[in-house]
Ligand binder design. Sequence first.
Ligand code: TXA
Ligand code: MG
Length: 360
Amino acid sequence: MRRLTVAGIRHEAQLREMLREPAQSLRRGGLVAFPTETVYGLGANALEEEAVRRIFAAKERPRDNPLIVHIADDAKLRDVIDENQPLHEDAVRLMRAFWPGPLTLLLPAGARLAPSVHPGQPLVGVRMPDHPVARALIAEAGVPVAAPSANRSGRPSPTTPDDVVADLDGRIDWLVDGGPCPIGVESTVLLLEPDCARILRPGGVTQEMIASVIDRPVLYAADVFDVASAPLAPGMKYRHYAPNARVHVWWGEPEAIDEAMRAFLLEAVQDDDLMVPALIAPDDFVRRFGWALSDERQAVLPADTYAEELARHLYRLLRAFDGAGATDVLVHGVDPTHGVGAAVMNRLYKASAGRVRWVG
Ligand code: TXA
Ligand code: MG
């Protein structure tokens, strides 16, 4: 695997010049990991079946889980969606409002796409990422880029270049290092149905943001906050975002969270001396909590921006706590009805296999 560092560079012409080699590799069938505003993607030429199959092999990804196609400009839409079907006017509104950005729209798939991009699905997920490195790489490659998250299947998504190295070194051609990803959780996946728009996976573009642009109701798929329901997005049915440690989440009234988490920890250390706990919580909680774990197993994030910070650091922390030998990760939750909170709580539901306690 060759590694190219472009972190901090934002100037498009300069980036395109620097990214010539990995872009050429991408165009010719290579596998290139690259940063987006959400998480690192593992890219291949979406028009080349052979290249797309290599993604599934490198990630050990189930073959029935479709990929998102990334484009850098509107003109490339023609290469990925079915031109014989008129674009839905709400799809156009959403593209205008949120592209480039963390919104994936499911649209009728075009005939030129490699079949493995959307196995058994008439629709293909399309998004235009809002990250200067991703945009320059895709523009320079000149082809639409199929890219799932650049992790081994089932592991937390990679939000730093080192996470990509840990999962995929030796299996891919290039890693473009653009530093840590600013959002930290994957894009919103949206399905336009006749009477509503359905969020199959919450992400950086929120329910309120979508509802402000289109008239039909914007609903969540049943499995978003419930591990027992069957997911509509094939990828959501697999064990996901999960570290080796057990994850436990609390949300509700602040005092009740304090009490429930303290009780859990006390009981756990008394009954089970094999438990090695790790904690993710806002700073005001940790002050009230009066319980300090060792630094390598404790993440204290600023209370006033907790939801955004949790989104940005969650996957990295889950990986780090595994490395530090934690058996149980205790997470102070966030409000799922507000902003990026829906995406964070959805990933926590999946990562914890449903161990989310509502208290107070
Ligand atoms: O932020 C992101 O979306 C990142 C970056 C790299 O762009 N990509 C990403 O891809 O998260 P991936 O493959 O890890 O997740 C794609 C999700 C899966 O849950 C998949 O099942 C769903 O989108 N999906 C893709 N195409 C679909 C389709 N045609 N129908 C239903 N679900 C689809
Ligand atoms: Mg993924």
